[in-house]
Design a protein around this ligand. Structure first.
Ligand code: C2E
Ligand code: MG
Ligand code: MG
Ligand code: MG
Length: 292
């Protein structure tokens, strides 16, 4: 009867709760040793210049493979690492690894490929971040201009005065700065422009419905136009279709990053991707790759 069904549903609910709680606790524990155990790797998603169709750089995206938990998405483990503070040493590892890889591409003559690294709020608030960035660049022998840091609106808005000062200092090392997931926060681009940023990345949630959704299309066009009027370069995240690419090109969007051109791929595959780009053969052949 209904009562029994209710009881079953309740027990299922409790089981799911404790499963996810157990998984979360396990995640916290495993995250503590994951850097030392070599469980992390980076994949790289190309960014394409819409005018030249050249690859200007890649975004480094973290992957975690744990013996107990399997492969876990960053959208699941980053928030946990953020809460426990594990993100600070993990983020330092990401910076070092991304800089090392970018330096290697540079030494192999793969052209000026810039690597973009995501920063978390906790890392951004850590006073050792500055040194950690300088160390990563120096140890890799990578000039600052080949590194870009992706920040979010809320990170810089939390302590704006501090953020302006720190960002100005890091800019003097040549490092570039971008605002990630733009449009999902609450701030205005005009206000954000008080920070010494170079680039704004329009969030995938807007690009997804372009050009079919009238409002998302209007917002995207407006962000591109305003970004340009403020002297920023504009990247669209998550472009998957030719229609989206055509629209973004027509609106003068500078770059795109999305499955249409390539999923995030291992470092070794970046080289062959760049080879195809050089031959102007940007067929979205990496779309079937399973590393995304
Ligand atoms: P993000 O920085 O906005 O990165 C872009 C995400 O969108 C990536 O997911 C990428 O795989 C996905 N994406 C790109 N193009 C497409 C597309 O055309 N279609 C679809 N459906 N998705 C697309 P991923 O790798 O799962 O990363 C998720 C988020 O995790 C990142 O979002 C970022 O916020 C965070 N993250 C990843 N790596 C790191 C890291 O090293 N440090 C920190 N702090 N956060 C990271
Ligand atoms: Mg990002
Ligand atoms: Mg993003
Ligand atoms: Mg995003």
């Amino acid at each position: 009867g209904a009562k029994q069904r209710g009881k079953n549903t309740y027990q299922m609910y409790v089981r799911q709760m404790s499963m996810s709680l157990h998984r979360r606790v396990e995640m916290e524990t495993q995250l503590r040793h994951a850097v030392d155990n070599g469980e992390f790797s980076l994949v790289y998603q190309p960014r394409i210049d819409l005018r030249s169709s050249h690859c200007t750089g890649v975004e480094a995206l973290l992957r975690w493979n744990n013996a107990e938990l399997g492969a876990i998405s960053p959208t699941d483990f980053i928030p946990v690492a953020e809460e426990t503070g594990a993100i600070v040493p993990i983020g330092a590892w990401v910076l070092r690894e991304a800089c090392r890889q970018a330096a290697q591409w540079r030494e192999r003559g793969l052209g000026p490929i810039r690597v973009a690294v995501n920063l978390s709020a906790r890392q951004f608030a850590d006073p050792r971040l500055h040194e950690s960035i300088l160390d990563a660049l120096e140890d890799a022998g990578l000039p600052g201009e080949f590194l870009e840091l992706e920040l979010t609106e809320s990170m810089v808005m939390r302590h704006p005065e501090q953020a302006v000062r720190w960002l100005a200092a890091i800019k003097r090392t040549g490092v570039r700065l971008s605002i990630d997931d733009f449009g999902t926060g609450y701030s205005s681009l005009a206000y954000l422009n008080r920070f010494p940023i170079d680039t704004v990345k329009i969030d995938r949630s807007f690009i997804r419905n372009v050009p079919d959704s009238h409002s998302d299309t209007q917002i995207t066009s407006a962000v591109i136009a305003l970004g340009h009027s403020l002297g920023l370069s504009v990247i669209a995240e998550g472009a998957e279709t030719q229609k989206q690419i055509d629209f973004l090109r027509q609106e003068g969007c500078d770059e795109v990053q999305g499955y249409f051109y390539s999923r995030p791929i291992p470092a070794d595959d970046v080289e062959s991707f760049l080879g195809r780009v050089a031959e102007s053969d940007l067929a979205p052949s990496a779309r079937s790759s399973t590393h995304g």
